[in-house]
Design a protein around this ligand. Structure first.
Ligand code: ATP
Ligand code: MG
Length: 423
């Protein structure tokens, strides 16, 4: 055990241990495969951005900017931020690389760590991984439905097809400003009975009271006016078209006027995927349309829509459902006995690896019994024993590590052949 003075990982940040890596890779590989099925291309942006990328777009009252962003000055005096989310960074890159002159929409995905000074607890960390997609350059409801369908497919492929999709429309910034005034008047007589968090939000970001976890069952929250009754005709039409397409595709969803999302840049369609029964840190992935974002970065008006899914929360849900991904198998454990035997196992290992087989090298200086124990604890499929005598004759003692597996003397070539065919 480490002593109490030994350094630990920063609070809210975690090592990914080898025993968890197989499930993690499974999620990543599935996400990348589904992205390819929808013809989305990978974009990798730096972990660090000019802080303005987020300060200008995400919103001063958002959790991210108000209390979660890691901002620092580098040695040259530039103000940088560890990226808290992917969308604004992707839009910065879209603009910087002139992607507006490519055929629209441009379909992009990312997979990587984000950083938020969040309150650490199960499912909430300070370094979190996200997979996200952005469809930039198309204003239509069809683009919203394309990315929702991509997200739904991802969960279905992972075995999370039972996540519940909730959608809403939050109109445009102007609609929202008018609605926020209405909401403030609605909540004013109830402020004293709301949670501390909501009381703070009443002052700073009254919209977010609607998605407060603590106050979800509060009568004033339940009885709040719905933004859907205050949409402009164009926005209402857009939302109706999104729902009609989802219906036509038999995608199940609930309309939930309390989904408002935390970030300022959203407009029109917003959605979340959550386990049935919800609660706690339960949103697995969320998305929305962000037609004004690129303008906030100094670019031309460019519509966009996308989602991000949290990898840790996805894995949490997979584990709760008992998903297990076996560790990759070791094909062969090599057991050298003597110096010449050692060199021969090294040569054998090189050939086996060239044939795509995974080899764990037994190190010299051990006896046969110790090698067998090591091979079993590695869960190797075969053990290949080479002493000086076998080395001189160009053969190997070869034994499957299955019950009743028989040890045979084979030429090196035959041993490789047998492994290849049994692979
Ligand atoms: P919340 O309301 O839970 O704070 P959010 O609105 O801040 O969520 P988004 O910005 O929409 O979250 O991020 C998309 C997804 O990223 C979330 O649905 C979640 O799966 C994941 N996520 C967000 N913050 C964290 C975190 N601190 N730790 C782990 N995963 C996170
Ligand atoms: Mg948050």
């Amino acid at each position: 055990m480490a002593d109490s003075k030994a350094p630990r990982a920063p609070r809210g940040m975690h090592d990914l241990l080898p025993e968890d890596a197989a499930l993690w890779r499974h999620v990543r590989d599935t996400a990348e495969r589904v992205a390819r099925l929808f013809d989305y291309r990978q974009l990798q942006t730096p972990l660090v951005e000019d802080a303005a990328v987020f300060l200008r777009t995400v919103g001063d009252e958002s959790d991210i900017v108000a209390k979660e962003m890691y901002v620092f000055e580098d040695r040259g005096g530039d103000r940088l931020a560890l990226r808290p989310e992917g969308t604004a960074a992707v839009c910065r890159a879209y603009l910087e690389h002139g992607m507006g002159s490519r055929p629209q929409p441009v379909r992009l995905y990312y997979f990587g760590p984000m950083f938020r000074y969040d309150r650490p607890q199960a499912g909430r960390y300070r370094q979190l991984w996200q997979f996200g997609v952005e469809c930039i350059g198309d204003p239509s409801p069809a683009a919203d439905v394309e990315v929702i369908e991509l997200q739904r497919t991802l969960y279905a492929e992972l075995g999370l097809g039972d996540l519940v999709l909730r959608i809403n429309s939050i109109g445009t910034a102007e609609t929202r400003h008018r609605y926020v005034e209405l909401l403030r008047e609605h909540f004013r007589p109830h402020v004293a009975t709301l949670s501390r968090d909501s009381q703070r939000r009443f002052e700073t970001n009254v919209l977010r009271i609607l998605d407060s976890k603590e106050d979800a069952t509060h009568p004033a929250v339940q009885g709040a006016p719905s933004i859907l009754d205050h949409l402009e005709p164009d926005d209402a039409q857009h939302f109706a078209a999104v729902r009609a397409l989802l219906d036509a595709l038999d995608v199940r969803y609930e309309v939930d006027p309390r989904i408002v999302r935390g970030l300022d840049y959203y407009a029109r369609t917003v959605w979340e995927f959550e386990p049935a029964g919800g609660g706690g840190q339960s949103t697995v992935g969320a998305g929305g349309r962000y037609d004004g974002l690129i303008e906030l970065l100094g670019g031309p008006h460019t519509p966009g829509t996308g989602f991000a899914t949290g990898i840790e929360r996805t894995m949490l849900n997979l584990r709760e459902r008992g998903a297990a991904t076996p560790d990759p198998a070791v094909d062969v454990y090599t057991a050298p006995l003597g110096d010449a035997g050692h060199v021969a196992t090294l040569r054998l290992a090189r050939e086996l690896r060239a044939a795509g087989l995974a080899v764990r090298l037994g190190l010299p200086g051990r006896g046969l019994r110790a090698h067998f124990r090591a091979a079993e604890s590695a869960a190797a499929r075969y053990i290949a024993i080479i002493g000086d005598d076998e080395a001189a004759r160009g053969v190997v003692q070869f034994k499957p590590l299955t019950p009743g597996g028989e040890q045979r003397e084979l030429s090196l070539g035959d041993a490789i052949e047998e492994l290849r065919s049994a692979h």
